[in-house]
Design a protein around this ligand. Structure first.
Ligand SMILES: [Zn+2]
Length: 99
């Protein structure tokens, strides 16, 4: 039971590790421990199955919303430019050929 501390540490770090937020040293420690400790590996697999759904719920809508906002802005700018160009074209036409 001398690796009880390692097990506790591993289980504390697992959620962050699965989100990819741990540093290289932690990753190294965790990967080593998971290779040698069947119990923690089982917990890791369980968490890995549960986490993606959470990550999707928490992170994806944010990203999608940001992309959506950028898309809206781009559409707005393009529509604005089209209107400006049409006005310039119409006025230019009137100036050259008269009404
Ligand atoms: Zn362990």
């Amino acid at each position: 039971m001398d690796n009880k501390f390692e097990c506790d540490l591993t289980r504390d770090l697992l959620p962050i590790y699965l989100e990819g937020a741990t540093c290289d040293e932690s990753n190294h420690f965790l990967q080593n421990h998971l290779e040698t400790c069947e119990e923690c590996r089982a917990i890791c697999e369980l968490m890995r199955e549960e986490l993606p759904a959470d990550i999707m719920k928490v992170h994806r809508p944010k990203r999608r919303r940001r992309l959506h906002a950028v898309g809206k802005l781009t559409l707005f700018v393009i529509a604005y430019l089209i209107v400006v160009i049409m006005f310039l074209y119409a006025f230019g036409h009137i100036f050259v050929y008269g009404f």
